[in-house]
Design a protein around this ligand. Sequence first.
Ligand code: ZN
Length: 310
Amino acid sequence: MIRPFLSLALAAALVAGCGGDDPERPQSTLPEASAPAAIPAVLSSKSAKQLFGAEQNGSAQAAEPFGSYSKGCAAGNVALPETGPTWQAMRLSRNRNWGHPEVVDYVQRLSRKAAAQPGWNGLYIGDISQPRGGPMLTGHASHQVGLDVDIWLRPADRLDLSASERENISSISMRRAKGAFTNDNWTRSHHEILKAAASDPRVARIFIFPGAKVQMCNDETGDRAWLRKIRPWYGHHYHFHVRLSCPPGATGCVDQNPPPPGDGCADAQAWVNNILNPPPPDPNAPKPKPKREITMADLPAQCVSVLSAR
Ligand SMILES: [Zn+2]
């Protein structure tokens, strides 16, 4: 492996010699000359999702999200332990139980509150992010900066699930009429857990199907401020999705605009009304653009060092 570098060094020495530089210099610049030439070639030959999808461990760097939820990466992610007193991580084969330390702390705290609900002993945790975040080979567009987490709506009764049970057990759908309403699986405990989840000041948004938001809007008789962070969205009837804000001081992390003021209940009801009575399709609606694959050049420059840190 030394030979190519030696010849590069020789070439560099010749060039340097022509420029009249100190003849000692090529020797000391040897490692620098090789590094920048090698890394971009390796990175540019693969898509970002292949590169980040291959990583098995977090980077040994200070924890910091870089970029936005759907176009970024995460330095210093830590793993949520696969099993704790009040949680179990599901689908372990995906290796997506990695996140910013704030997310890991958030999940553990919320799981203790969930364990206080009747029928619940804690939470089943779905995807957080890959060890170094980034785009994924399968599944989500977001979850790239280690600040998103999917939490199952199936009550976590057993916390002794084996690895194979965690691959094979499914969550439970809470919706009826294409998401316009909750079904009989929805309980007051779900309301209380979502309320606790949204009341943590670190939370930016929580995504759940429209019928669940309206149900919670109708059932809440006390403080309604937390409802602002509950955002109706497609899917999300087997799990809810919590998105934390960028942690303080994380200057490379890009926040989403905050939700509009108010509890958002009228908007959720309007969405439900559209599900029940769909408006005729808009002939002038723009065609969805085909999504281009994310490359390393699309990601913040720090993601190169996140990927290469060993
Ligand atoms: Zn999600």
